[in-house]
Ligand binder design. Structure first.
Ligand code: FA5
Length: 349
């Protein structure tokens, strides 16, 4: 370059800069104005310019500098314009959280019962032995207590109410609700809470949720219980779902039942609907078991200060996780997933 006429080289660069279109502003800056850039090189040639041409060379250099800066501004602007109007770029979505699926299920279940006059209540999840067992017709050392694989809290027992336990079922709310209403029915409670047992497998977690219904009034009978079960089955699982009660034994209800809902996947037939004749993979002979129910035992009414010769009642208690996983389309075969903290799983709900 130094072999050529410096003024001519300046003029060539002026033409060259006009043609710089396919270049980023930053690259252009480095190419022309950088430490060993073209502008610096051509400026250094001043020593080779004869004195009578130095003025003209200076003017051409100025022109070149201005042109480079103009070009830089126009490249910057076109970049900003592009960013503003590029409609092909994918949009940026804000991350929006949502309720945990079990909280969604609790909301839905509560609303279904609230519609028919049940009152949502909450009672302690760490409670005394008295409310969890003794007031429910399970005296100290009664073998029926073994079924509730209980976590005891290492604190000094209350001399009347006994040891503290992590509630094994929401039935602890039964006598508490009778006491809250000063033993004056009508009672229509739905108690939803966390419950705890020493169990862990695909259908059991150490912490799970139950919802407990309790209705006490004059003339309450098994038909009222059955009607409530059918109402819930249709509201939660969809029209046509039926309930079934089977004899069972709980110390706090008499008679006691296990509650089943008809399988809404096979329509209660127990067979796949693909003509294969094979059994439905989701149920046992067309039914799902969800929990227990029964007519409130007279001893429990007495513990709540209610006269069992005047009042009767029914109660039921089911697992929220179990009830929810039976919904059509969920197909969740391990309820521990709900508490695994796995966001990919939770974000599907
Ligand atoms: C009871 O807990 C009774 N208190 C229910 C009851 C209330 C009967 C009122 C009569 C009147 P059971 O132990 O069967 O019953 O538990 C009820 C339901 O809770 C079960 O069917 C199941 O759905 C759920 N469940 C129990 N243990 C677990 C667990 N470890 N993990 C998840 N769900 C559980």
């Amino acid at each position: 370059m130094s072999q050529q006429d410096p003024i001519k080289q300046c003029q060539d660069l002026l033409k060259q800069i006009e043609q710089e279109t396919n270049i980023k502003a930053e690259d252009l800056r480095i190419k022309y104005l950088g430490k060993s850039g073209l502008f610096k090189n051509v400026s250094a040639m001043i020593k080779d310019v004869p004195n009578d041409q130095k003025k003209l060379f200076g003017q051409t250099l100025n022109q070149l500098k201005n042109k480079i800066e103009e070009k830089l501004v126009s490249l910057e602007n076109s970049k900003q314009d592009q960013e503003k109007i590029d409609l092909t770029l994918p949009g940026k979505k804000d991350k929006v959280g949502h309720l945990h699926p079990i909280s969604q299920a609790i909301e839905e279940i509560s609303q279904i019962f609230e519609k028919i006059g049940f009152n949502r209540v909450r009672y302690p999840e760490v409670d005394f032995d008295y409310y969890v067992f003794e007031a429910l017709n399970m005296p100290k050392n009664h073998p029926a207590r073994d079924e509730w694989e209980t976590f005891f809290v290492d604190t000094k027992p209350d001399y009347k109410l006994g040891k503290m336990v992590l509630t094994t079922h929401t039935s602890n709310g039964q006598v508490r609700e009778m006491e809250r209403l000063k033993s004056k029915p009508p009672i229509r409670m739905i108690n939803v809470a966390r419950t705890y047992r020493r169990q862990s497998d695909a259908t059991h977690t150490q912490m799970f949720h139950q919802f407990e219904g309790l209705v006490v009034d004059k003339g309450i009978n098994i038909q009222n219980l059955k009607g409530t079960l059918d109402y819930f089955a249709e509201s939660f699982y969809g029209p046509g779902t039926k309930s079934r009660i089977r004899p069972f034994h709980f110390k706090f209800t008499e008679p006691s039942f296990e509650v089943d809902f008809s399988c809404h996947i096979c329509g209660g037939t127990g067979k796949r609907d693909d003509q294969s004749g094979e059994n439905c993979r989701f149920c046992k002979s067309g039914w799902h078991e969800v929990g227990g129910a029964g007519m409130v035992h007279p001893n429990v009414l007495k513990a709540g200060g209610i006269d069992p010769d005047v009042y009767t009642g029914f109660a039921f208690g089911w697992g929220v996780e179990r009830t929810y996983t039976l919904k059509k389309g969920l197909n969740i075969d391990d309820i521990r997933l709900f508490y695994s903290g796995n966001l990919e799983f939770l974000e599907q709900f």
